[in-house]
Ligand binder design. Structure first.
Ligand code: TXA
Ligand code: MG
Length: 324
């Protein structure tokens, strides 16, 4: 089992240990505000290969590169004025921008799965301090076996990887709880490649331009990792439930009781007060809790599709999609 080192007790010691491990080309799981990431030196091909192997991730699915700040990001990618405005407004935060790679960037092509673009994010908190300490960008997909739910706690990560992982930095529960929103600027157009922890409506409000949603075909081409079945718990998922069947787990929203709750295996409420940000924070942990009961299925009551509800409903669709 991986060593779990708490960054809240002695941040300096945790950062030093993580930087030493990364320096040996060994991946380290790290907390970010969205979900935990499996991080490795983005300039070291052996380290990147280990990430793909540990996750069982197809090599055609590129990794997000994490930078300490916008200045570091500008050394590796070309920012058009609109992308720069978005970065200045929302970094550090739950936002990834897809940008053309600079030819002189030391980011290894394996990170980009051979594409001429790179996905870049500036996370907040301890992750950003680690990148500064280490000195290289960190490639980091979510720290879960490919196809499974992204981890929102150090404990989830350690459980998933077992002996395959050396070190997890523990920064407490992820505050956002959903993966980053992925945007790509094309000319004057802002395209949403993945709804996530940054509400696309906030981007529209601050930047003063619409954010275009992808059709299904476009999504497959642009964000190669966005398969229909993804983020899946073990138990089958039933959406828009209006009642609960005996032995099911119910994950509901807004304090609204459903018929049949008395014979449910477990009833969880993503946000009794109907707060979508709170629901996002709880979503993945509750799916894992539901699985832990061994229930035969998980029923979800409807969740509004506004604000962060867009990303929540995206993840629920994927959790419920036929398994490949
Ligand atoms: O919040 C997050 O984004 C977390 C934390 C750890 O930062 N990371 C994460 O990474 O969710 P991952 O690997 O699970 O998802 C990355 C997504 C994939 O769908 C991938 O295809 C897409 O980003 N992506 C990465 N680079 C890309 C590129 N150059 N062009 C298009 N899509 C890209
Ligand atoms: Mg992932």
């Amino acid at each position: 089992m991986a060593d779990i080192v708490d960054t809240r007790t002695d941040a300096q010691a945790a950062l030093a240990r993580a930087a030493e491990t990364l320096g040996r080309g060994v991946p380290v799981a790290i907390p970010t505000e969205t979900v935990y990431g499996l991080a490795a030196d983005a300039t070291n091909p052996q380290a990147i290969t280990r990430i793909y192997e540990m996750k069982g991730r197809p090599r055609f699915n590129p990794l997000i590169c994490h930078m300490a700040d916008l200045a570091m990001a500008e050394k590796h990618a070309v920012f058009d004025p609109l992308s720069r405005r978005i970065a200045e407004a929302f970094w550090p935060g739950p936002l990834t921008l897809i940008l053309p790679i600079r030819p002189e960037s030391a980011i290894h092509p394996l990170v980009r799965a051979g594409l001429d673009t790179v996905g870049i994010r500036v996370p907040s908190g301890i992750a950003s301090r680690l990148i500064s300490t280490f000195g290289h960008p960190l490639a980091a997909p979510s720290a879960n076996t490919s196809g499974r739910i992204s981890p929102t706690s150090a404990h989830h990560v350690a459980e998933d990887f077992g002996d395959k992982l050396e070190l997890v930095l523990d920064g407490g529960p992820a505050t956002v709880g959903l993966e980053s929103t992925i945007l790509k600027v094309e000319g004057e157009t802002i395209r949403l490649l993945r709804p996530g922890g940054l509400d696309a409506a906030d981007v529209e409000r601050v930047i003063g331009r619409p954010v275009l949603r992808n059709d299904k075909a476009g999504a497959t081409i642009e964000a190669p990792g966005m398969m229909a079945s993804h983020y899946a718990p073990d138990a089958p998922v039933r959406l828009d439930a209006s009642d609960v069947r005996p032995g099911e787990v119910l994950i509901r929203f807004g304090g609204k009781a459903l018929a049949g709750e008395d014979s449910a295996a477990l009833v969880l409420d993503l946000s009794p007060s109907g707060d979508l940000a709170e629901a996002a924070t709880n979503l993945f942990g509750y799916m894992k809790q539901a699985d832990a009961t061994g229930a035969r299925s998980i029923a979800f009551s409807p969740i509004p599709a506004t604000g962060l509800g867009e990303a929540i409903n995206d993840r629920l669709q994927r959790a419920a999609a036929p398994r490949g």
